[in-house]
Design a protein around this ligand. Sequence first.
Ligand code: GRF
Length: 188
Amino acid sequence: MAKKLAVLVSGTGSLLEAMVNAGLPIGLVLADRDCRGLTIARDAGIPAILLKRKYCKQPDGKFDRDEYSRKAAAILQQYSIDLVAMAGFMTVFAQPLLEVYAGRILNIHPALLPSFKGDHAVRDALAYGVKVTGTTIHIATLELDAGPIIAQRAVDVLPGDTEDTLHERIKVVERALYIETLQKMLAE
Ligand code: GRF
């Protein structure tokens, strides 16, 4: 049977949009907050689910990452998802999801890992003064931006670049690389 992909989003969803336009077999879009990604999915007729972080709280009010991961795993299984692509998704998963989808959850990060981990990768690369940065696709693990690397592509930093102009050029490369990588994995 053909494999089904889930795309996880938190933001503008331009990677998701490119995946939809490329015809990837997206069976579900899951978001952790209200975001444009959900609208893109609904407009394309793809099931879209909002699993807010606040739905999963411990008695002391703290975010319950295990519970969130269990709920996400149940939803992904309910939609018979084979492969998961995080595309600007801002929540790190815990063991209950990572063990169910072991090796089948990908993340994309806008820097050449292991350099510039974290939420401000493009800003940090610019501030450091690197002349080349890029993007990395890796397997998601418990540790942020640290799993085995699947693919990388370099992007030159140009004189006068701002965080926005550089991130936009990285995103162009990310769209092509993520789609190619997912197509290969879905065909395996
Ligand atoms: C991408 O640059 C990705 O590497 C990072 O978040 C960005 C997502 O962009 N993790 P968008 O929401 O798809 O436009």
